[in-house]
Design a binder for this molecule. Structure first.
Ligand SMILES: Cc1ncc(COP(=O)(O)O)c(C=O)c1O
Length: 364
């Protein structure tokens, strides 16, 4: 036993470091992929109908109203859905329910940096498969995962932090050939423009696929902490009935999340608007010499112009001094890039205006 009483795997662990969150009304925050716009007005109305008296009682333990609404949206059965406190709670439930301590958990390099941390908390070990130079899954991805006997594998799609999309057909092929569970993290899928890219019915009827959905990005509700999983009953039930916290979601967030996903007209308008802003941002960054990886999410990963004497890290710091946050990752493969969340037009205009002098070019 170590002197801090921590389990050894926890003592050795460096915790997850969240993107900077600062409560400053003048701050332009393009660093943690929140939606540029708030949730549907119907969500605001749902909030206004909540009474303190309603909170005297415990909430629905399994968020059944939300599950019914999500099931109607995806045209599947509520038994194929679990509601969780953000997508992050689903990740933890998947690991504690389906991964033995000591087992291998597959993922890609790069990926969402919480996966290896949660894997280590479960005392399992991360096995990372390198993405190709153009950020795709390598052709032998499944073989590598099976050779390592991964009990569970995380694939984030659209990929974070690059925004690239793997096709539904490729993911179905992988799931058919992979021996363990395949978790497809669709935190950013709402921004995918192809209406046929929908794996929910496939996942609900699959042997081994669980989708992660989040209300943080597409629905403008990062502060609410609400997400859900979609999968076959034999994977949803053990999490719902055995490993989930007794009342994992409070009554307020259940009511607001249900209202938000029921207003699909508003949500779809929002996704269209955000995507249009993304295209505008890419166009302007490209003009300045940045190379933007084609993104299907509400962020872009932009490579700093070759000719620039200023590093990505220096640009990040210079913007931060001006009260504008973007994300810089020191990881070797992307240390010459900045991840920029799609913002409102005026926020993007400010970014571009600040970038020009930092790069030593005149503003357009
Ligand atoms: C790839 C990915 N998956 C899952 C999440 C978790 O989202 P949340 O817990 O806010 O629903 C995030 C959040 O940034 C993410 O980037």
């Amino acid at each position: 036993m170590n002197s801090n009483f921590e389990r050894n795997n926890i003592a050795e662990l460096e915790g997850y470091v969240s993107g900077e969150q600062r409560n400053d009304p003048d701050l332009i925050k393009l660093n943690t992929n929140e939606n540029a716009y708030p949730a549907s007005p119907q969500t605001q109305q749902a909030l206004e109908t909540i009474n303190i008296e309603d909170l005297r009682r415990y909430p629905q333990p399994t968020s059944d109203n939300f599950r019914r609404a999500a099931a109607a949206l995806h045209q599947i059965d509520p038994s194929n859905i679990i509601a969780t406190r953000g997508g992050d709670e689903l990740l933890r439930l998947l690991l504690t329910t389906f991964v033995d301590p000591g087992a291998a958990v597959g993922m890609t390099d790069l990926t969402y940096s919480l996966y290896p941390i949660l894997t280590r908390i479960q005392d399992a070990h991360p096995f990372a498969v390198a993405l190709t130079n153009d950020w795709k899954l390598p052709l032998n991805f499944t073989e590598q995962i099976n050779a390592e006997s991964c009990q569970l594998t995380f694939v984030v799609n659209p990929h974070a932090p690059t925004g690239t999309l793997t096709s539904a057909a490729d993911l179905i092929k992988i799931s058919n050939n992979i021996n363990g569970l395949l978790v497809i993290d669709e935190a950013y899928v709402d921004f995918v423009e192809d209406p046929d890219h929908d794996l929910s019915r496939f996942a609900a009827n699959s042997r081994n696929v669980v989708l992660l959905r989040s209300l943080s990005k597409g629905y403008g509700l990062a502060g609410l902490r609400f997400g859900y999983g979609v999968g076959p009953q034999h994977l949803i039930e053990p999490m719902l009935r055995k490993t989930r916290d007794s009342y994992n979601l409070d009554a307020i967030s259940q009511a607001l999340a249900t209202a938000a996903i029921q207003d699909q007209v508003y949500a779809k308008e929002n996704w269209k608007r955000v995507n249009a802003h993304r295209e505008e941002l890419v166009k302007e960054l490209t003009k300045m010499g940045f190379d933007c990886i084609p993104s299907q999410a509400n962020f872009v990963l932009a490579t700093v112009p070759d000719a620039s004497a200023t590093s990505a890290e220096a640009i990040y710091h210079a913007l931060r001094t001006e009260n504008l946050l973007v994300r810089y990752f020191p990881d070797e493969r992307i240390s010459n890039k900045l991840r920029i969340t799609v913002g409102r037009p005026e926020e993007q205009a400010r970014l571009l205006a600040l970038l020009a002098p930092i790069l030593g070019i005149s503003a357009a």
